[in-house]
Design a protein around this ligand. Structure first.
Ligand code: ZN
Length: 491
Protein backbone atom coordinates (compact mmCIF):
# COMPACT_ATOMS: atom_id res chain seq x y z
CA UNK A 1 0.00 0.00 0.00
CA UNK A 2 1.29 3.36 -0.98
CA UNK A 3 1.93 5.58 2.01
CA UNK A 4 2.91 9.04 0.90
CA UNK A 5 4.82 11.46 3.04
CA UNK A 6 1.88 13.91 2.88
CA UNK A 7 -0.52 11.32 4.32
CA UNK A 8 1.97 10.57 7.03
CA UNK A 9 2.13 14.22 8.09
CA UNK A 10 -1.65 14.61 8.03
CA UNK A 11 -2.03 11.56 10.28
CA UNK A 12 0.74 12.72 12.57
CA UNK A 13 -0.89 16.16 12.90
CA UNK A 14 -4.27 14.51 13.65
CA UNK A 15 -2.64 12.35 16.29
CA UNK A 16 -0.84 15.24 18.02
CA UNK A 17 -3.95 17.38 18.02
CA UNK A 18 -5.90 14.55 19.66
CA UNK A 19 -3.26 14.14 22.38
CA UNK A 20 -3.12 17.88 22.95
CA UNK A 21 -6.91 17.99 23.38
CA UNK A 22 -6.77 15.13 25.88
CA UNK A 23 -4.12 17.09 27.74
CA UNK A 24 -6.36 20.15 27.76
CA UNK A 25 -9.24 18.04 29.14
CA UNK A 26 -7.04 16.67 31.86
CA UNK A 27 -6.00 20.15 32.86
CA UNK A 28 -9.64 21.12 33.40
CA UNK A 29 -11.48 17.86 34.14
CA UNK A 30 -14.30 19.66 35.92
CA UNK A 31 -15.49 21.31 32.73
CA UNK A 32 -15.43 18.11 30.69
CA UNK A 33 -17.05 15.99 33.36
CA UNK A 34 -19.88 18.44 33.90
CA UNK A 35 -21.31 17.50 30.55
CA UNK A 36 -20.63 20.82 28.84
CA UNK A 37 -19.52 18.72 25.90
CA UNK A 38 -23.07 17.45 25.23
CA UNK A 39 -22.68 14.05 26.85
CA UNK A 40 -20.15 12.72 24.37
CA UNK A 41 -17.35 10.72 25.87
CA UNK A 42 -13.88 12.19 26.15
CA UNK A 43 -12.32 9.51 24.02
CA UNK A 44 -14.85 9.96 21.21
CA UNK A 45 -14.27 13.70 21.20
CA UNK A 46 -10.55 13.25 21.29
CA UNK A 47 -10.44 10.90 18.34
CA UNK A 48 -12.91 12.53 15.99
CA UNK A 49 -13.14 16.19 16.86
CA UNK A 50 -9.79 16.58 18.51
CA UNK A 51 -8.06 18.62 15.83
CA UNK A 52 -11.09 20.88 15.24
CA UNK A 53 -11.67 21.56 18.95
CA UNK A 54 -7.99 21.94 19.50
CA UNK A 55 -7.44 24.49 16.75
CA UNK A 56 -10.54 26.43 17.85
CA UNK A 57 -9.28 26.53 21.41
CA UNK A 58 -5.92 27.86 20.30
CA UNK A 59 -7.12 31.37 19.54
CA UNK A 60 -5.40 32.76 22.60
CA UNK A 61 -2.13 30.85 22.50
CA UNK A 62 0.16 29.53 19.87
CA UNK A 63 0.16 25.93 18.74
CA UNK A 64 3.91 25.75 19.22
CA UNK A 65 3.61 26.81 22.85
CA UNK A 66 0.99 24.17 23.38
CA UNK A 67 3.21 21.43 22.00
CA UNK A 68 6.07 22.73 24.11
CA UNK A 69 3.86 22.37 27.17
CA UNK A 70 2.84 18.90 26.13
CA UNK A 71 6.40 17.70 25.91
CA UNK A 72 7.54 19.49 29.06
CA UNK A 73 5.00 18.11 31.47
CA UNK A 74 7.55 17.86 34.27
CA UNK A 75 8.67 21.45 33.88
CA UNK A 76 5.19 22.92 33.58
CA UNK A 77 4.01 25.66 35.92
CA UNK A 78 1.86 24.64 38.85
CA UNK A 79 -1.80 24.01 38.13
CA UNK A 80 -4.70 24.27 40.53
CA UNK A 81 -4.95 20.51 40.89
CA UNK A 82 -1.50 20.45 42.50
CA UNK A 83 -2.46 22.44 45.58
CA UNK A 84 -4.37 21.52 48.72
CA UNK A 85 -6.30 23.89 50.93
CA UNK A 86 -5.73 23.60 54.69
CA UNK A 87 -8.69 24.80 56.79
CA UNK A 88 -8.51 27.00 59.89
CA UNK A 89 -8.03 23.92 62.12
CA UNK A 90 -5.08 22.66 60.09
CA UNK A 91 -7.02 19.84 58.38
CA UNK A 92 -6.57 19.35 54.62
CA UNK A 93 -9.65 19.93 52.49
CA UNK A 94 -10.36 20.47 48.77
CA UNK A 95 -7.59 17.94 47.99
CA UNK A 96 -5.96 17.36 44.63
CA UNK A 97 -8.76 14.96 43.62
CA UNK A 98 -11.46 17.53 44.33
CA UNK A 99 -13.72 18.24 41.39
CA UNK A 100 -15.68 21.48 41.67
CA UNK A 101 -15.32 24.46 39.30
CA UNK A 102 -15.56 27.06 42.11
CA UNK A 103 -12.83 25.32 44.14
CA UNK A 104 -10.67 24.96 41.03
CA UNK A 105 -11.09 28.68 40.44
CA UNK A 106 -10.16 29.46 44.06
CA UNK A 107 -6.95 27.44 43.66
CA UNK A 108 -6.19 29.17 40.34
CA UNK A 109 -6.63 32.55 42.01
CA UNK A 110 -4.28 31.54 44.84
CA UNK A 111 -1.56 30.41 42.43
CA UNK A 112 -1.90 33.57 40.35
CA UNK A 113 -1.83 35.80 43.44
CA UNK A 114 1.36 34.16 44.70
CA UNK A 115 2.95 34.32 41.22
CA UNK A 116 2.12 38.04 40.93
CA UNK A 117 3.50 38.68 44.43
CA UNK A 118 0.12 40.08 45.49
CA UNK A 119 -0.41 41.16 49.09
CA UNK A 120 -4.22 41.13 48.93
CA UNK A 121 -7.02 39.51 46.94
CA UNK A 122 -10.35 41.34 46.66
CA UNK A 123 -13.72 40.05 45.48
CA UNK A 124 -16.29 42.81 45.09
CA UNK A 125 -19.85 42.67 43.80
CA UNK A 126 -20.27 44.96 40.79
CA UNK A 127 -23.86 44.79 39.53
CA UNK A 128 -24.47 41.53 37.65
CA UNK A 129 -20.87 40.52 38.05
CA UNK A 130 -18.26 39.95 40.69
CA UNK A 131 -14.90 41.65 40.27
CA UNK A 132 -11.62 39.96 41.19
CA UNK A 133 -8.68 42.28 41.92
CA UNK A 134 -5.22 41.92 43.44
CA UNK A 135 -3.09 44.42 45.24
CA UNK A 136 0.56 44.03 44.29
CA UNK A 137 3.31 46.49 45.27
CA UNK A 138 0.61 48.73 46.69
CA UNK A 139 -1.45 49.16 43.50
CA UNK A 140 -4.68 47.47 42.46
CA UNK A 141 -4.79 45.24 39.40
CA UNK A 142 -8.02 44.07 37.74
CA UNK A 143 -7.82 40.33 37.15
CA UNK A 144 -11.17 38.93 36.09
CA UNK A 145 -14.94 39.33 36.31
CA UNK A 146 -17.13 36.39 37.34
CA UNK A 147 -20.86 36.02 36.83
CA UNK A 148 -22.63 36.79 40.11
CA UNK A 149 -23.65 33.12 40.59
CA UNK A 150 -20.18 31.72 39.98
CA UNK A 151 -18.70 34.48 42.15
CA UNK A 152 -21.05 33.43 44.99
CA UNK A 153 -19.82 29.85 44.67
CA UNK A 154 -16.19 30.97 44.87
CA UNK A 155 -16.99 33.13 47.92
CA UNK A 156 -18.68 30.14 49.59
CA UNK A 157 -15.66 27.93 48.88
CA UNK A 158 -13.46 30.58 50.56
CA UNK A 159 -15.81 30.92 53.54
CA UNK A 160 -15.94 27.17 54.13
CA UNK A 161 -12.12 26.97 54.02
CA UNK A 162 -11.82 29.91 56.42
CA UNK A 163 -14.28 28.33 58.89
CA UNK A 164 -16.99 30.97 58.40
CA UNK A 165 -20.77 30.70 58.48
CA UNK A 166 -21.82 30.61 54.81
CA UNK A 167 -25.45 31.49 55.63
CA UNK A 168 -24.38 34.78 57.19
CA UNK A 169 -23.95 37.22 54.32
CA UNK A 170 -24.33 40.63 55.98
CA UNK A 171 -22.45 40.63 59.28
CA UNK A 172 -18.65 41.02 59.05
CA UNK A 173 -16.76 37.75 59.57
CA UNK A 174 -13.06 36.89 59.99
CA UNK A 175 -11.26 33.65 59.31
CA UNK A 176 -8.14 32.10 57.92
CA UNK A 177 -6.90 29.21 55.83
CA UNK A 178 -3.71 28.05 54.15
CA UNK A 179 -2.72 26.54 50.82
CA UNK A 180 -0.06 23.90 50.44
CA UNK A 181 1.89 23.03 47.34
CA UNK A 182 4.83 20.63 47.19
CA UNK A 183 5.81 21.11 50.81
CA UNK A 184 5.59 24.90 51.04
CA UNK A 185 2.56 26.77 52.29
CA UNK A 186 1.04 30.24 52.26
CA UNK A 187 -1.43 31.50 54.89
CA UNK A 188 -4.45 33.66 54.11
CA UNK A 189 -6.49 35.88 56.37
CA UNK A 190 -10.04 36.39 55.18
CA UNK A 191 -12.53 39.14 56.04
CA UNK A 192 -16.06 39.29 54.59
CA UNK A 193 -18.77 41.89 54.92
CA UNK A 194 -22.20 42.42 53.36
CA UNK A 195 -22.16 45.27 50.82
CA UNK A 196 -24.54 46.79 48.32
CA UNK A 197 -25.31 44.10 45.75
CA UNK A 198 -23.63 41.19 47.54
CA UNK A 199 -20.77 40.24 49.75
CA UNK A 200 -17.26 41.74 49.73
CA UNK A 201 -14.29 39.52 50.46
CA UNK A 202 -10.77 40.69 51.28
CA UNK A 203 -7.98 38.13 51.58
CA UNK A 204 -4.57 39.09 52.92
CA UNK A 205 -1.62 36.88 51.97
CA UNK A 206 0.48 36.46 55.09
CA UNK A 207 4.24 36.34 55.03
CA UNK A 208 4.20 35.59 51.34
CA UNK A 209 5.91 38.77 50.23
CA UNK A 210 9.47 37.88 49.41
CA UNK A 211 10.40 40.53 51.89
CA UNK A 212 13.72 41.59 53.30
CA UNK A 213 14.71 39.78 56.44
CA UNK A 214 17.59 41.78 57.88
CA UNK A 215 17.90 45.44 58.81
CA UNK A 216 20.57 45.81 56.11
CA UNK A 217 18.16 44.57 53.42
CA UNK A 218 15.41 46.95 54.45
CA UNK A 219 17.31 50.06 53.34
CA UNK A 220 18.44 51.88 56.48
CA UNK A 221 21.53 54.04 56.02
CA UNK A 222 24.69 53.10 58.02
CA UNK A 223 24.01 55.67 60.73
CA UNK A 224 20.43 54.43 61.22
CA UNK A 225 21.62 50.81 61.21
CA UNK A 226 24.13 51.50 63.94
CA UNK A 227 21.49 53.25 66.01
CA UNK A 228 18.89 50.48 65.67
CA UNK A 229 21.37 47.69 66.39
CA UNK A 230 22.33 49.47 69.60
CA UNK A 231 18.68 49.95 70.48
CA UNK A 232 17.76 46.24 70.19
CA UNK A 233 20.71 45.45 72.45
CA UNK A 234 19.23 47.50 75.33
CA UNK A 235 18.09 45.59 78.39
CA UNK A 236 14.97 47.65 79.01
CA UNK A 237 12.85 50.37 77.49
CA UNK A 238 10.62 50.68 74.46
CA UNK A 239 11.28 50.82 70.72
CA UNK A 240 8.29 51.82 68.61
CA UNK A 241 7.58 51.62 64.90
CA UNK A 242 4.94 53.94 63.49
CA UNK A 243 3.27 54.47 60.15
CA UNK A 244 -0.05 53.79 58.45
CA UNK A 245 -1.36 50.33 57.55
CA UNK A 246 0.79 48.90 54.77
CA UNK A 247 3.79 51.10 55.55
CA UNK A 248 5.96 48.03 56.15
CA UNK A 249 6.32 48.49 59.91
CA UNK A 250 5.69 44.78 60.58
CA UNK A 251 8.54 43.82 58.21
CA UNK A 252 10.85 46.19 60.11
CA UNK A 253 9.62 44.70 63.39
CA UNK A 254 10.57 41.19 62.21
CA UNK A 255 13.97 42.43 61.01
CA UNK A 256 14.60 44.00 64.41
CA UNK A 257 13.76 40.74 66.19
CA UNK A 258 16.16 38.90 63.88
CA UNK A 259 18.96 41.13 65.19
CA UNK A 260 18.52 39.91 68.76
CA UNK A 261 21.05 37.41 70.08
CA UNK A 262 18.71 34.50 70.88
CA UNK A 263 21.44 32.58 72.73
CA UNK A 264 21.55 35.32 75.37
CA UNK A 265 17.96 36.51 75.43
CA UNK A 266 14.55 35.00 75.98
CA UNK A 267 12.25 36.50 73.37
CA UNK A 268 8.46 36.30 73.35
CA UNK A 269 6.37 37.72 70.56
CA UNK A 270 2.63 38.42 70.64
CA UNK A 271 1.09 38.90 67.25
CA UNK A 272 -2.24 39.32 65.48
CA UNK A 273 -1.79 37.16 63.46
CA UNK A 274 1.60 35.42 63.39
CA UNK A 275 2.83 36.38 59.91
CA UNK A 276 6.21 34.68 59.89
CA UNK A 277 7.63 31.90 61.97
CA UNK A 278 10.82 33.00 63.76
CA UNK A 279 13.02 30.18 65.11
CA UNK A 280 13.97 30.52 68.81
CA UNK A 281 11.10 32.92 69.55
CA UNK A 282 7.94 31.91 71.45
CA UNK A 283 5.21 33.30 69.27
CA UNK A 284 1.68 33.74 70.62
CA UNK A 285 -1.34 34.68 68.57
CA UNK A 286 -4.20 36.97 69.54
CA UNK A 287 -7.65 35.44 69.07
CA UNK A 288 -10.42 38.00 69.50
CA UNK A 289 -13.17 35.36 69.10
CA UNK A 290 -11.81 33.35 72.04
CA UNK A 291 -11.21 36.58 74.02
CA UNK A 292 -7.43 36.10 73.92
CA UNK A 293 -6.32 39.72 73.68
CA UNK A 294 -2.94 41.48 73.44
CA UNK A 295 -3.30 42.54 77.09
CA UNK A 296 -4.04 39.00 78.35
CA UNK A 297 -1.18 37.44 76.41
CA UNK A 298 1.16 40.21 77.55
CA UNK A 299 0.32 39.54 81.22
CA UNK A 300 0.87 35.84 80.62
CA UNK A 301 4.19 36.49 78.79
CA UNK A 302 5.53 38.58 81.68
CA UNK A 303 5.17 35.58 84.02
CA UNK A 304 7.66 33.72 81.81
CA UNK A 305 10.35 36.25 82.61
CA UNK A 306 11.32 37.28 79.06
CA UNK A 307 14.11 39.72 78.21
CA UNK A 308 12.44 41.01 75.08
CA UNK A 309 8.74 41.19 74.28
CA UNK A 310 7.72 41.93 70.76
CA UNK A 311 4.16 43.22 70.65
CA UNK A 312 2.39 43.29 67.27
CA UNK A 313 0.58 46.53 68.04
CA UNK A 314 -0.31 48.80 70.94
CA UNK A 315 -3.91 49.78 70.30
CA UNK A 316 -5.76 49.85 73.61
CA UNK A 317 -5.29 51.41 77.04
CA UNK A 318 -4.76 48.15 78.91
CA UNK A 319 -2.01 46.93 76.55
CA UNK A 320 -0.32 50.36 76.61
CA UNK A 321 -0.30 50.43 80.44
CA UNK A 322 1.14 46.92 80.80
CA UNK A 323 3.72 47.50 78.05
CA UNK A 324 5.00 50.72 79.64
CA UNK A 325 5.10 49.08 83.06
CA UNK A 326 7.07 46.12 81.63
CA UNK A 327 9.49 48.51 79.89
CA UNK A 328 10.13 50.18 83.25
CA UNK A 329 10.83 46.89 85.00
CA UNK A 330 13.68 45.38 83.04
CA UNK A 331 12.10 44.28 79.76
CA UNK A 332 12.73 45.56 76.27
CA UNK A 333 9.43 46.14 74.46
CA UNK A 334 9.42 46.36 70.67
CA UNK A 335 6.07 47.31 69.19
CA UNK A 336 4.16 49.25 66.54
CA UNK A 337 1.67 52.09 66.89
CA UNK A 338 -0.77 53.12 64.21
CA UNK A 339 0.10 56.80 63.95
CA UNK A 340 1.15 59.36 61.39
CA UNK A 341 4.63 60.30 62.61
CA UNK A 342 6.91 60.21 65.64
CA UNK A 343 5.29 63.13 67.47
CA UNK A 344 1.83 61.77 66.65
CA UNK A 345 2.95 58.52 68.34
CA UNK A 346 3.57 60.41 71.59
CA UNK A 347 0.10 61.94 71.25
CA UNK A 348 -1.49 58.56 70.56
CA UNK A 349 0.14 57.00 73.64
CA UNK A 350 -0.88 59.93 75.79
CA UNK A 351 -4.47 59.41 74.56
CA UNK A 352 -4.15 55.79 75.69
CA UNK A 353 -3.53 57.09 79.20
CA UNK A 354 0.29 57.09 79.29
CA UNK A 355 1.63 60.37 80.76
CA UNK A 356 4.58 62.04 78.98
CA UNK A 357 6.58 61.50 82.18
CA UNK A 358 6.29 57.70 81.78
CA UNK A 359 7.22 57.98 78.11
CA UNK A 360 10.32 59.98 79.08
CA UNK A 361 11.35 57.11 81.34
CA UNK A 362 10.76 54.26 78.86
CA UNK A 363 10.79 55.35 75.24
CA UNK A 364 14.16 55.04 73.47
CA UNK A 365 13.53 55.25 69.75
CA UNK A 366 10.60 55.87 67.39
CA UNK A 367 11.01 54.67 63.80
CA UNK A 368 8.62 56.31 61.35
CA UNK A 369 8.43 54.76 57.92
CA UNK A 370 6.70 54.82 54.54
CA UNK A 371 6.92 52.61 51.48
CA UNK A 372 7.40 53.96 47.99
CA UNK A 373 7.02 51.86 44.85
CA UNK A 374 10.25 51.01 43.05
CA UNK A 375 10.41 52.03 39.39
CA UNK A 376 10.52 49.04 37.05
CA UNK A 377 14.09 48.95 35.79
CA UNK A 378 13.02 47.44 32.48
CA UNK A 379 10.93 50.38 31.36
CA UNK A 380 11.68 53.48 33.47
CA UNK A 381 12.16 56.60 31.32
CA UNK A 382 14.99 59.08 32.05
CA UNK A 383 13.84 62.58 32.98
CA UNK A 384 15.80 65.60 31.81
CA UNK A 385 14.55 67.98 34.46
CA UNK A 386 13.46 67.93 38.11
CA UNK A 387 9.76 68.87 38.42
CA UNK A 388 9.35 72.52 39.54
CA UNK A 389 7.86 71.67 42.91
CA UNK A 390 11.01 69.73 43.89
CA UNK A 391 13.68 71.99 42.35
CA UNK A 392 14.27 74.08 45.46
CA UNK A 393 14.44 71.09 47.80
CA UNK A 394 16.84 69.19 45.52
CA UNK A 395 19.24 72.12 45.30
CA UNK A 396 18.98 72.63 49.08
CA UNK A 397 19.93 68.96 49.62
CA UNK A 398 22.47 69.12 46.78
CA UNK A 399 20.93 66.10 45.07
CA UNK A 400 22.06 65.73 41.43
CA UNK A 401 19.52 65.47 38.59
CA UNK A 402 21.27 63.00 36.30
CA UNK A 403 19.65 59.85 37.63
CA UNK A 404 15.99 60.74 37.73
CA UNK A 405 13.29 58.70 36.02
CA UNK A 406 9.55 58.51 35.33
CA UNK A 407 7.41 55.32 35.25
CA UNK A 408 6.33 53.84 31.91
CA UNK A 409 4.90 50.29 31.95
CA UNK A 410 5.84 46.97 30.35
CA UNK A 411 4.84 43.28 30.68
CA UNK A 412 7.56 42.83 33.31
CA UNK A 413 5.72 45.17 35.73
CA UNK A 414 2.10 44.34 34.69
CA UNK A 415 2.03 47.69 32.88
CA UNK A 416 2.18 49.67 36.14
CA UNK A 417 5.71 51.06 35.71
CA UNK A 418 6.63 49.87 39.20
CA UNK A 419 8.01 46.63 40.60
CA UNK A 420 8.71 46.03 44.30
CA UNK A 421 8.92 48.62 47.02
CA UNK A 422 11.52 50.58 48.94
CA UNK A 423 11.21 52.04 52.42
CA UNK A 424 12.13 55.49 53.69
CA UNK A 425 12.51 56.38 57.32
CA UNK A 426 13.04 58.93 59.98
CA UNK A 427 14.25 57.81 63.37
CA UNK A 428 13.59 59.90 66.45
CA UNK A 429 15.90 59.18 69.37
CA UNK A 430 14.51 60.22 72.74
CA UNK A 431 17.69 61.87 73.99
CA UNK A 432 18.38 64.02 77.05
CA UNK A 433 16.86 67.22 75.62
CA UNK A 434 13.64 65.52 74.51
CA UNK A 435 13.45 63.59 77.77
CA UNK A 436 13.78 66.83 79.72
CA UNK A 437 10.99 68.38 77.64
CA UNK A 438 8.71 65.34 78.20
CA UNK A 439 9.32 65.52 81.95
CA UNK A 440 8.25 69.17 82.20
CA UNK A 441 4.92 69.70 83.97
CA UNK A 442 3.54 72.07 81.34
CA UNK A 443 4.98 70.72 78.12
CA UNK A 444 2.87 70.57 74.97
CA UNK A 445 2.96 68.53 71.80
CA UNK A 446 3.84 71.57 69.71
CA UNK A 447 6.92 72.26 71.85
CA UNK A 448 8.03 68.63 71.55
CA UNK A 449 7.41 68.80 67.82
CA UNK A 450 9.59 71.90 67.46
CA UNK A 451 12.49 70.20 69.25
CA UNK A 452 12.09 66.96 67.29
CA UNK A 453 11.89 68.70 63.91
CA UNK A 454 14.83 71.00 64.58
CA UNK A 455 17.01 68.00 65.25
CA UNK A 456 15.67 65.74 62.54
CA UNK A 457 15.64 68.16 59.60
CA UNK A 458 18.52 66.56 57.71
CA UNK A 459 17.33 63.09 58.58
CA UNK A 460 13.63 63.47 57.79
CA UNK A 461 11.36 61.18 55.87
CA UNK A 462 11.08 63.79 53.10
CA UNK A 463 14.87 63.84 52.77
CA UNK A 464 15.04 60.04 52.46
CA UNK A 465 12.16 59.91 49.99
CA UNK A 466 13.76 62.63 47.84
CA UNK A 467 17.06 60.78 48.00
CA UNK A 468 15.33 57.66 46.58
CA UNK A 469 14.01 59.75 43.67
CA UNK A 470 17.44 61.33 43.12
CA UNK A 471 19.02 57.89 42.87
CA UNK A 472 16.48 56.60 40.34
CA UNK A 473 14.81 54.14 42.72
CA UNK A 474 11.42 55.81 42.70
CA UNK A 475 9.46 58.52 40.89
CA UNK A 476 8.49 62.06 41.88
CA UNK A 477 4.81 61.02 41.96
CA UNK A 478 5.69 58.47 44.64
CA UNK A 479 7.57 60.92 46.83
CA UNK A 480 4.70 63.41 46.39
CA UNK A 481 2.38 60.73 47.69
CA UNK A 482 4.35 59.89 50.84
CA UNK A 483 5.33 63.46 51.68
CA UNK A 484 1.81 64.79 51.16
CA UNK A 485 0.55 62.05 53.46
CA UNK A 486 2.77 63.55 56.17
CA UNK A 487 0.64 66.68 56.16
CA UNK A 488 -2.68 65.13 55.30
CA UNK A 489 -3.01 62.56 58.07
CA UNK A 490 -3.03 58.78 57.78
CA UNK A 491 -3.91 57.63 54.28
ZN1 ZN B 1 8.19 47.71 33.43
Amino acid sequence: MEFSIVKFFVLAAWFFCGIALLDKMNSNPAKWNRGDTGGASREFLTLFFGPVFFLLSQQDSSFVNSLKNLFNRGKRTIKYRDITIIDSHGAPMYGTDCDNPAIDKLKDVIILAVAKRASDIFLDPAGERMQLRFRADGSLINIENFTADFGDNVVNAIKVAAGMDITEKRRPQDGSFAAECSGSSVAFRVATVGAFGGEKVAIRLLGSEVGPKTLEDIGFNPEQLHLLKNAVGLSSGMILMCGATGSGKTTTLYALINNIDFSLKNVISIEDPVERVIPHVSQMEVNAKADITFAKLLRNALRQNPDVICLGEIRDEETAQIAVHAAQTGHLIISTVHSNDSVDTLDRLSNLGIPFRSLAATLKVIVNQRLVRRLCEHCRQPLTEIPDRWKEYFSYCRFPADHIYAPCGCPECNGTGYKGRAACFDILVIDASLRAELEKENTSLSQIKTIAEARNAANSLTYHAAYLAASGVTSFEEIDRVTLALDGGIQ
